[in-house]
Write a protein that binds this ligand. Structure first.
Ligand code: GAL
Length: 382
């Protein structure tokens, strides 16, 4: 799938570079200070300049193919830009990720790119990175509660939620929200992991679109579970979502049917669809509801083609990786990375300068886009 799958990590002898790098660092520091534009908006980071050295990439889990692709794409693109990489996966365990980042700091990695498992659990370890003068890029998920995050590369996360909510409205042909608009539809709502900052952006984006229809009664949540803290799914786990969906069906849908399910992520959608199928949906006369998703993972794109999952949101991990590499290379060379959002991503300590990419809604009608873009081959989608 996607690009090459090498994860080779090389260690390069850096000794001959050190003297040159130190001189360059001194020169850069002087010239940047003279221009009044220090690289990290303060005096704490002194770019040591130049290419080379090793970049630490801390990814959350291999249980989802997207993170495997993110890590591999970044490793490959950092190598092309002249760096070695140390790519680690935390197996969705917070303590593993902290230990991996600590190890990267101890080994003198020049830059950390982190997709957090728990966005609020890295304050202490990132203080150590700061003390060691190592810049940090938050990858896809914003790291919370620390000043020691320099830049954020992600997608427009609110837009992801809007695309999911809009898909449900359009697919059920709800039209403009109106009281007494005739037929109402049953929807159930799922959200992502409560410790992932993206979760509330996806949720708020979707609810902005759905709320007028919930208020007008055109959409009904029979379970009554409409608050974010009632619908989250720890660690985005498909099995957890499946159990919740089993429960929702048995308690609320002995009669009538579920017409739509807001799902924030493909792994969750797969769990939801399994529960629905066990309850007899997807058979003749009892079609599956509209089920949204996110990430355009292969299993879900195939499910969409089979007519099971209805929609997903494509976020090209190659482009996100390229963005993180551009940012990292700029920071390491004393340049200010390009950003396109300096307002929306406040982590509680600072508003982190961000570069947000555009997500794209995918359903059965446009899965071909994924082939045109080279994300999958036509053969993979058969
Ligand atoms: C989110 C990410 C989504 C999805 C989810 C589960 O942080 O933005 O695209 O991958 O994690 O892995």
């Amino acid at each position: 799938m996607r690009t090459r799958t090498r994860t080779r990590t090389r260690t390069r002898t850096r000794t001959p570079r050190i003297a040159g790098a130190a001189v360059l660092a001194a020169l850069l520091t002087v010239s940047l200070t003279a221009c009044g534009q220090e690289a990290r908006g303060g005096s704490r980071y002194k770019p040591d300049g130049g290419k080379g050295g090793t970049v630490g990439l801390a990814m959350p889990t291999k249980s989802s193919e997207r993170w495997i692709a993110d890590g591999e794409n970044m490793a490959e693109q950092f190598r092309k830009a002249g760096y070695d990489t140390d790519l680690q996966y935390g197996d969705d365990k917070v303590e593993n990720q902290i230990a991996q980042i600590e190890n990267m700091i101890t080994k003198g990695r020049r830059l950390l790119v982190v997709a957090a498992i728990d966005g609020s659990a890295l304050t202490e370890v990132l203080q150590r990175a700061e003390d060691a003068g190592i810049p940090v890029i938050s990858y896809d998920r914003l790291i919370m509660g620390t000043e020691h995050v320099d830049y954020y590369a992600s997608f427009d996360n609110a837009r992801v939620g809007e695309l999911q909510g809009r898909y449900i409205v359009d697919r059920l042909k709800l039209g403009a929200p109106a009281k007494n608009a005739g037929r109402s539809y049953n929807v159930e709502l799922f959200a992502g992991s409560p410790d992932d900052n993206n979760t509330k952006y996806f949720w708020n984006g979707a609810l902005t679109v759905l709320k007028p229809y919930l208020d007008s009664g055109q959409l009904v949540v029979r379970s009554g579970q409409t608050r974010l803290n009632q619908v989250t799914t720890l660690r985005w786990d498909g099995g957890t979502a499946q159990k919740r969906m089993d429960d929702l069906i048995s308690k609320n849908y002995a009669e009538g049917r579920v017409d739509a399910v807001l799902s924030p992520y493909d792994g969750i959608s797969i769990g939801i669809i399994s529960a629905l199928k066990s309850a007899g949906y997807g058979t003749k006369g009892r079609p599956l509801p509209v089920v949204t998703g996110q990430d355009a993972e292969l299993a879900s794109v195939k499910s969409i083609i089979r007519g099971e999952q209805t929609q997903t949101v494509f976020k090209d991990t190659r482009k996100l990786a390229a963005q993180a590499v551009r940012m990292g290379d700029a920071v390491l060379n004393g340049r200010t990375p390009e950003v396109n959002n300096t307002e929306d991503y406040d982590n509680g300590k600072k508003t982190v300068p961000s570069y947000l990419l555009d997500p794209v809604s995918i359903d059965k009608a446009n899965t071909g886009l994924l082939v045109d873009e080279g994300y999958f081959t036509a053969g993979q989608l058969k």
